[in-house]
Design a protein around this ligand. Structure first.
Ligand code: TXA
Ligand code: MG
Length: 364
């Protein structure tokens, strides 16, 4: 299949006449990749079981992993769900359009292929003007997972999407680099207490400020035992995975830099191609191997923004092993650490103030 690349540069407002063909592709069961504020999405008509099947095929993704349904305005929500709980109204009023996905009981309109056979549906209203105009013009809700091949880091630029999807789908809309860089926050509102299933740019404290109590899904805090089925089925896969073995190193900065430098030298001596993920604050302190800054430690938004691109760069370089610094785990840091921890397959080194080293995880 020949994939058409459509560049959209005028974003405020978007010239909707340019999106006519893309909208038509979606309406007639084809696939269009498009930018959102979080990552690029691989879109198809959410109400068309055939389109969902094409999405799974294009991604090489297991079909038990449900898709997020994207809408452009509140009026599009009621037909998709059985009910809209008060908690959903409040969160939508506070953070939609934006990087937040709500899990709600699904209506009969949503095919089982879209919801991965679950009785619930994930819904999100993206704030990106191209995404919003595309959904509105198409006139159908748009199912869209991240537009990467399954198992690869999510795409944050059109170049990433082209790498993974060229020749597999009808169209890719190039809207430039995305601003956020990590996927949306997912909140399950189908139980008694709201549960955070995947951390993102709408942070835990932002959710708590609207809802009061919010629980963290267990898979966010501990490695997944083989018998546990996470509520967000996607969380069980070793996602965002660079091809290299990855190791996170936590501790006082000085010691982390020294430890990574020593391990990197050892791995290089063994003939391995080594990558180091540093920060703007530390990047100059490592020896001249393949070391990249992932952003400013003092501004974690830059870290989230660069995270997947850096992982892809190391893939392209053919890195065998990657050592990475770690981040706070608070606010946006929770999303960053969730993605890094999964990329590393939970492999982590902790160094205390006395220089004692503890290594955990790592078995794949
Ligand atoms: O930011 C985003 O959310 C991006 C952009 C394109 O909107 N999309 C995205 O989709 O990240 P995807 O398919 O890569 O991740 C969707 C996650 C998966 O972990 C999936 O298991 C979970 O959402 N999910 C979808 N429907 C669900 C449901 N009904 N219940 C629980 N989890 C669900
Ligand atoms: Mg994904």
């Amino acid at each position: 299949m020949k994939t058409e690349i459509l560049k959209i540069t005028d974003r405020a407002p978007v010239d909707e006449s340019k999106l006519k063909k893309a909208a038509e592709i979606l309406r007639t069961g084809g696939l269009v990749a498009f930018p959102t504020e979080t990552v690029y999405g691989l879109g198809g008509n959410a109400l068309d079981a055939g389109a969902s099947e094409k999405i799974y095929a294009a991604k090489g993704r297991p079909s038990d992993n449900p898709l997020i349904v994207h809408i452009s305005c509140m009026e599009e929500l009621p037909p998709l769900v059985k009910e809209i709980p008060e908690s959903a109204r409040k969160l939508a009023a506070a953070y939609w359009p934006g990087p937040m996905t709500l899990i709600l009981p699904k209506s009969g309109l949503i095919p089982d292929t879209t919801s991965g056979g679950l009785p619930t549906v994930a819904v999100r209203m993206p704030s990106d003007p191209v995404a919003n105009a595309l959904i509105r013009t198409a006139g159908v809700p748009v199912a869209a997972p991240s537009a990467n091949t399954s198992g690869r880091p999510s795409p944050t630029s059109a170049a990433h999407v082209i790498e993974d999807m060229n020749g597999r789908i009808e169209m890719i809309i190039d809207g430039g680099d995305v601003p956020v860089g990590v996927e949306s926050t997912i909140v399950d509102l189908t139980g008694e207490v709201p549960v955070l299933l995947r951390p993102g740019a709408v942070t835990l404290s932002m959710l708590e400020s609207v809802l009061g109590t919010v629980e963290l899904d267990r898979v966010l805090t501990e490695p997944l035992a083989p018998d546990v089925h996470p509520k967000a089925p996607g969380m069980k896969y070793r996602h965002y995975a660079p091809k290299a073995d990855m190791l996170l190193v936590e501790g006082p900065t000085e010691m982390v830099v020294r430890y990574i430098t020593a391990r990197a030298a050892k791995a290089a001596a063994e003939g391995k191609k080594v990558g180091i993920i540093a920060t703007d604050e530390t990047v100059d302190r490592y020896p001249h191997v393949d070391v990249r800054s992932i952003g400013r430690r003092s501004d974690e938004r830059t870290v989230a923004h660069n995270l997947f691109a850096v992982l892809r760069d190391f893939d392209d370089d053919g890195a065998d092993v990657i050592f990475s610094e770690v981040f706070s785990g608070d606010e946006l840091g929770l999303a960053i650490m969730n993605r890094l921890t999964k990329a590393a397959g939970y492999h982590k080194i902790r160094i205390d103030e006395n220089g004692n080293v503890e290594e955990t995880g790592g078995a794949r």
